[in-house]
Design a protein around this ligand. Structure first.
Ligand code: HPA
Length: 288
């Protein structure tokens, strides 16, 4: 099922390749997006909760764009308005574990930047390392630990694209403090949105963690763990894009749990998270 990864996928893209994707999108839509949205595992239906879609483009129609191959990731780009904001929304994302390079995984963020996107709202399904988190809860990402990036799998590896940012970019305020405050305010005003705040640990996957790994991830300060997001955020920050990150807790990732997480469980919790995520995002968009 799904796309077959290339045998020798590109390790990095230059501006010409990135702009080729931009041109392909511009052929379909003249929209000038201000906000980029990435919907993660099980969250595809968020797009049906209020976005006024003006154009949609299947990923396979875009050059270089990585296609998604797993359940719950239809793989479409939507352009339109949501709560008055011009947005570009990705329904589904590619993951490193699918066989793509980090450059491929994060290409869409580069494209968003060239399209003029100023704010990236990135979502994911994550396991809750923090014992206080329950499946279906949301967690505002305060900071991340990019484990795969720290040991070498950075999407910024390769020639630096000066057009976007410096060789050694800061990751101090990776998750914008003002946007986080705005999201907290929205969650307080709306009822029934349990919103935690914490540190997201990014792993490569696709295997879930051993009990020893979970204990380690908790001990280094992780509140949630997942297999995406950190690369995209790294690229976003390199290019000066402000980021709001929201994890939907799809399962408990604690070492004394009897039950191991399954992909089905992730999708089921997604169904609970979808309306909450959609209302939170809409509230934030309305206040931008
Ligand atoms: N671990 C890693 N990634 C995940 C999990 C998990 O428990 N749940 C959803 N994505």
């Amino acid at each position: 099922m799904g796309a077959r990864p290339e045998l020798h996928p590109p390790e990095y893209f230059d501006l010409v390749a990135i702009d080729r994707v931009v041109d392909a999108i511009r052929e379909v839509s003249a929209l000038q997006p201000r906000v980029g949205l990435i919907l993660g595992s099980g969250l595809a239906a968020v797009v049906e909760h209020g976005m006024e879609v003006e154009s949609s483009i299947p990923y396979e129609d875009l050059p270089y764009w990585p296609m998604t191959s797993i359940l719950g990731h239809p793989g479409k780009l939507f352009l339109g308005h949501w709560a008055g904001q011009p947005v570009m929304l990705m329904q589904g994302r590619a993951h490193y574990y699918e066989g793509y390079t980090m450059a491929q995984v994060t290409l869409p963020v580069r494209v968003m930047q060239r399209m003029g996107v100023e704010i990236l709202i990135v979502t994911n399904a994550a396991g809750g390392l923090n014992p206080a988190f329950e499946p279906g809860d949301l967690m505002l990402i305060r900071d991340h630990i990019n484990l795969v990036g720290m040991v070498g799998l950075s999407p910024l590896r390769g020639p630096n694209l000066e057009t976007f940012g410096p060789r050694f970019p800061s990751m101090r305020h990776a998750y914008d403090p003002e946007l986080r405050a705005l999201a907290r305010q929205v969650a307080e005003e709306l009822e029934d949105i349990p919103l935690h705040e914490g540190v997201y640990v990014g792993l490569a996957g696709p295997q879930f963690e051993t009990p020893a790994e979970l204990r380690f991830l908790r001990s280094i300060g992780g509140d949630a763990v997942g297999m995406s997001t950190v690369g995209e955020v790294t690229v976003a920050r390199h290019g000066g894009t402000r980021v709001l990150g929201i994890s939907g807790i799809s399962n408990k990732a604690v070492w004394d749990e009897e039950l191991e997480p399954t992909h089905e469980e992730v999708l089921e919790a997604g169904r609970v998270m979808v309306p909450r995520m959609a209302r939170l995002i809409e509230g934030v968009l309305r206040r931008l």
